[in-house]
Design a protein around this ligand. Structure first.
Ligand SMILES: *[C@@H]1O[C@H](CO)[C@@H](O)[C@H](O)[C@H]1NC(C)=O
Ligand SMILES: *[C@@H]1O[C@H](CO)[C@@H](O)[C@H](O)[C@H]1NC(C)=O
Ligand SMILES: *[C@@H]1O[C@H](CO)[C@@H](O)[C@H](O)[C@H]1NC(C)=O
Ligand SMILES: *[C@@H]1O[C@H](CO)[C@@H](O)[C@H](O)[C@H]1NC(C)=O
Ligand SMILES: *[C@@H]1O[C@H](CO)[C@@H](O)[C@H](O)[C@H]1NC(C)=O
Ligand SMILES: *[C@@H]1O[C@H](CO)[C@@H](O)[C@H](O)[C@H]1NC(C)=O
Ligand SMILES: *[C@@H]1O[C@H](CO)[C@@H](O)[C@H](O)[C@H]1NC(C)=O
Ligand SMILES: *[C@@H]1O[C@H](CO)[C@@H](O)[C@H](O)[C@H]1NC(C)=O
Ligand SMILES: *[C@@H]1O[C@H](CO)[C@@H](O)[C@H](O)[C@H]1NC(C)=O
Ligand SMILES: *[C@@H]1O[C@H](CO)[C@@H](O)[C@H](O)[C@H]1NC(C)=O
Ligand SMILES: *[C@@H]1O[C@H](CO)[C@@H](O)[C@H](O)[C@H]1NC(C)=O
Ligand SMILES: *[C@@H]1O[C@H](CO)[C@@H](O)[C@H](O)[C@H]1NC(C)=O
Length: 841
């Protein structure tokens, strides 16, 4: 056990104010006192007036939150009271502008407040704090903003700001299934569903709504976009109403994904043709039933004609007809249709003009102007699917008479599944800040989705999230910076990634300068590092796209109709997407941007292989060849991930033990798995190209002992597929009750780290014990999947390592590994690395 670092006086406060253990459940709402808490006291009155909130209203929640927050942040012992006496001085007033003007007249509230915005002011002469919302939700957002400022230790003595969101759409999409599992489940089961029903216990759902509200999110879609039509049963609608009840006090509207074919699948009609009158009236009455139960429902999210989902194409109806049937049904209730632009068909890889990236514009462009005013087309940031690097979707520049929102993925589906640290705001900002130069006018994506550029009423952002029952919400403490960052950007896309992460660290881990610096450095380096050790130069992530979307498996991109092709051969790789010789994708951008991407000469290196097919020996603008760039980037990326471990360890004693250990475990895992990535990708392309690494690293591992070269008993060599997922293409597996692999070590006497590279398969917990001259060095079980999607194979998903530190080794020592298989897991071993200090292999 490590000693707690919390000062005694603070620990006392924690006890008094009942702050939870640091299990991550409080997220960034820990309300810990900043170092200057005592200086803030005088500016924070201890009476709170809530203007006319009913118990379930956001203004009422705002008052409660404010009292709780202030008492915790300023360590006041229950000394802040909520009063109904509307005194004129020394009071915090929380309410809507209307109520405020009624009660106090027009004191300085001349600013116009619109949808969800708020006004925050400290009146120095009256010693009042005004937290005034355009509406109730705005007042609640104002309270969260005020508490954020206090918790950050900001100067609140001169406060006078109006804050308004970028756009009205600030949604999250959970992909929860009614069975209680989640698609992309890396943080525990659903907080909404269990056993095919809406959960009885919705405590966590309410807590989630509070977290969402604190970052300005106003709607949550609770079920998978691949929707189950039975959600629309009367008893499930009653269940949804219970979720809406726990959302409502936090100003979060419940929304749902719907199955386009529900009238037939669930309603028993013979068709789901969107223009069929029986279908129209079926949806009308279903929508009425929903709004009777949930009068403030947000609307529908629709994935149609995509990846096997039903849609209007089935009946030769247009996407606009498909969307408008719901828009018309929802309009009387002010409901919104979020219609995903993620529509594409399987394609023929031999057709050099075929390109999945072309699909969205091809499908949607003809219908611009035909969507109803309450339809918002939800467009992923890039044209394919949340890859590590993609250009901005050209659809943002094409739909000028349609409301649009940008979809991002907080769930790290292709980006390490919350087991790798990848801070995503810098990736999202690339698209938000991208200037499409439509009609040669400034056309940043953020100004398009805010509605400004094309003068649209609706717009904003939506994020795929995957919070679950895990106390950390996302399965990983550090992954929460992505949820926080999403909310901040959806509110204000101008926020910088650095500013967001700094605030998040202060709120989540405290104000220690070193803590802030280290976590900020790790976070800012994390996406570049992940890109370095996965897919480079715009080739996409190179993860296993046919199975788990987790570890490396570059060959799954080609040889199928999914269109995430790399077109790798022995000469080179990349998709030619130019107009002159390729698929024509670059021509979907407005002229200036199209011209930039048309030729390699003007395409930035980071997207070189997205837009062009290049030979391995092609020289990039950097001066490196394509293949050497791959080699160098992969070694650099894995080194950065290794550095994260020592960086994090430097915070020992500055962070509570529980979170310190949880994060450390993940960073150690990432460091090991980034080596799996590195080796897989460099070996794969070395195998194709035959071009050696000019630095001699690829295929050369002086510190490794291949398991297949050890003396084996009960173990037998196993050819791993994909080949690149094993060092020397080969591992060993136990074909008996127990296996032993032995080797004589011929390293100079010294202290080494001993890294055991193995595979952790789903469906069994093998045991490994390592001996040096018959003395046990240590042992471990293979059950550390940490929440990512597991694999039943020996591959780049299951490959991982366990390291024993500081082992004394003498030349001639005998290393013996005893593997005991279990279930489906045959105790596989790839190699052992005997690592001198500072060496990564
Ligand atoms: C806080 O104060 C209120 C009103 O003064 C009182 O009803 C309540 O019991 C107090 N709570 C605690 C925990 O002292
Ligand atoms: C709040 O509502 C009550 C009745 O519901 C009304 O008498 C009172 O004037 C209202 N207060 C404000 C400040 O609007
Ligand atoms: C839909 O949910 C029901 C339970 O409510 C379940 O029986 C059925 O298997 C689900 N359908 C699919 C496709 O998941
Ligand atoms: C789901 O809820 C319905 C209605 O409350 C109930 O009839 C059914 O038995 C429940 N199913 C399960 C699996 O709990
Ligand atoms: C409901 O869930 C909360 C949060 O997980 C838990 O603390 C509480 O004990 C649960 N209540 C019941 C009745 O199971
Ligand atoms: C859709 O149109 C195609 C060709 O125009 C036709 O072959 C097909 O029968 C139509 N399908 C339906 C369901 O109307
Ligand atoms: C795929 O495209 C190639 C080249 O254009 C063509 O020869 C082939 O017939 C196509 N295959 C199918 C199934 O359409
Ligand atoms: C790329 O390699 C191919 C095959 O060796 C060769 O035909 C082609 O000329 C090369 N292209 C360039 C630009 O070097
Ligand atoms: C690589 O594997 C082959 C068998 O597949 C084996 O003969 C060779 O010794 C191995 N190389 C090393 C360095 O262990
Ligand atoms: C598997 O183990 C048996 C002994 O249990 C041994 O006879 C056999 O050779 C092993 N198979 C391989 C491929 O080594
Ligand atoms: C791994 O398995 C062992 C043996 O069954 C068990 O004692 C241990 O708690 C497991 N660890 C985890 C993280 O599940
Ligand atoms: C949270 O998830 C992680 C990873 O799946 C797991 O190790 C941990 O035990 C979980 N904790 C809780 C409280 O569910």
């Amino acid at each position: 056990m490590r000693l707690s670092v919390i000062p005694i006086w603070l620990a006392f406060i924690f006890l008094l104010t009942d702050i939870r253990a640091e299990d991550g459940s409080a997220a960034w709402l820990r309300y810990a006192p900043p170092p200057n808490a005592h200086q803030l006291q005088q500016y924070v009155p201890n009476k709170i007036a809530i203007l006319n909130g009913t118990v379930t209203s956001p203004v009422f929640s705002a008052g409660k939150e404010l009292k709780q927050g202030i008492e915790s942040i300023l360590h006041r012992n229950n000394a802040t009271s909520i009063t109904s006496h509307l005194s004129r001085t020394d009071i915090i007033i929380v309410g809507t502008l209307d109520q405020f003007t009624k009660a106090y007249g027009n004191i300085g509230s001349e600013t116009k407040l619109e949808g969800d915005s708020f006004w925050l002011k400290y009146d120095t002469s009256l010693k009042n704090v005004y937290i005034i919302g355009a509406d109730q939700r705005g007042a609640l957002y104002g309270v969260f903003e005020y508490l954020r400022l206090l918790a950050l230790g900001s100067d609140v003595s001169k406060l006078n700001v109006v804050r308004a969101p970028m756009g009205p759409i600030r949604w999250v999409n959970q992909w929860d299934n009614m069975g209680g599992d989640i698609t992309r489940e890396y943080g525990g089961d659903s907080i909404f569903f269990s056993n095919g029903n809406i959960s009885q216990n919705l405590t966590r759902a309410g807590q989630f709504a509070r977290i969402l509200s604190s970052i300005g999110i106003n709607s949550c879609v609770v079920n998978n976009v691949n929707a189950n039509a039975t959600l629309l049963s009367s008893s499930n609608i009653q269940g949804l109403a219970r979720i809406a009840d726990v959302f409502r006090p936090w100003g979060v509207q419940l929304s749902i994904s719907i199955d386009f074919a529900a009238p037939q699948d669930f309603g028993g009609l013979s068709t789901y043709d969107p223009v069929d009158p029986t279908v129209v009236s079926w949806w009308d009455s279903k929508v009425k039933e929903l709004y009777t139960a949930i009068p403030d429902m947000g609307g529908f999210l629709i994935k149609a004609d995509s990846e096997g989902q039903a849609g209007p194409a089935q009946y030769n109806r247009t996407l606009a007809q498909g969307a408008n049937i719901f828009a018309d049904a929802l309009a009387p209730f002010n409901g919104i249709v979020m219609y995903r632009a993620f529509v594409y068909n399987q394609l023929n890889e031999s057709d050099m003009k075929a390109d999945r990236a072309n699909a969205a514009v091809q499908f949607f462009q003809p219908f611009d102007g035909q969507f109803r005013d309450n339809v918002v087309v939800q467009i992923k940031n890039g044209p394919i699917d949340f890859q590590v690097r993609e250009p901005t979707s050209p659809l943002f520049g094409v739909l000028q008479k349609t409301n649009v929102a940008m979809e991002v993925e907080v769930a790290q589906e292709y980006l390490g599944q919350q087991c790798h640290l990848v801070y995503l705001p810098p990736l999202w900002k690339l698209t938000l800040d991208f200037d499409l130069q439509v009609d040669n006018k400034p056309s940043k994506v953020r100004d398009i989705i805010s509605g400004k550029r094309f003068n649209r009423a609706l717009g904003g952002m939506a994020a795929v999230t995957n919070v679950g029952l895990n106390s950390t919400w996302l399965g990983s403490h550090l992954a929460m910076s992505n949820l926080y960052g999403y909310g901040r950007l959806a509110w204000d896309a101008d926020s910088s990634s650095e500013e967001i992460i700094q605030d998040w660290i202060r709120l989540t881990f405290g104000h220690d300068q070193k803590v802030i610096q280290v976590i900020q450095d790790m976070s800012m380096q994390s996406w570049p590092a992940y890109e370095n050790y996965s897919g480079n130069l715009g080739i996409q992530t190179l993860t296993d796209i046919l199975y788990t979307h987790f570890g490396p498996n570059p060959q799954t991109a080609d040889g199928n109709g999914w269109g995430q092709w790399t077109r790798t051969d022995k000469y080179g790789l990349g998709m030619d997407r130019s107009v002159s010789t390729g698929t024509g994708f670059s021509g979907q951008y407005p002229p200036k941007v199209a011209k930039m991407y048309e030729t390699f000469e003007t395409t930035p290196d980071e997207l070189a292989l997205w837009f062009h097919h290049l030979n391995y020996t092609h020289k990039l603008h950097s001066g490196k060849t394509v293949i050497q760039h791959f080699y160098d980037a992969h070694y650099e990326g894995a080194q950065t991930a290794a550095n994260f471990v020592s960086m994090w360890k430097s915070l020992d004693g500055k962070i509570d033990a529980e979170r310190f250990e949880d994060v450390l475990e993940r960073q150690v895992y990432q460091a090991g798995h980034s080596i799996v990535w590195r080796d897989s990708i460099v070996n794969y392309f070395y195998n194709w190209s035959g071009i050696p690494d000019t630095h001699g690293r690829v295929g050369h591992h002086p510190y490794r002992i291949e398991a297949e070269s050890m003396k084996l008993e009960g173990y037998a060599p196993y050819k791993v597929s994909p080949f690149e997922a094993a060092s020397n293409f080969t591992a060993i597996t136990v074909n008996n009750t127990v296996g032993t692999a032995t080797a004589t070590l011929k390293y100079p006497d010294g202290v080494y780290d001993v890294a055991v590279q193995y595979y952790d398969l789903y469906g069994g917990t093998s045991h490994y014990e390592i001996y040096l001259n018959n003395n046990s060095v240590g042992s471990f079980y293979s059950n550390t999947t940490m929440g990512h999607t597991p694999s039943v194979y020996l591959d780049g998903i299951s490959a991982t390592r366990h390291t024993f530190h500081s082992v004394n080794i003498k030349s001639g020592d005998t290393l013996r590994i005893v593997g005991t298989p279990d279930g489906n897991d045959p105790a596989p071993l790839d190699y052992v690395a005997i690592l001198p200090p500072g060496i990564l292999d």
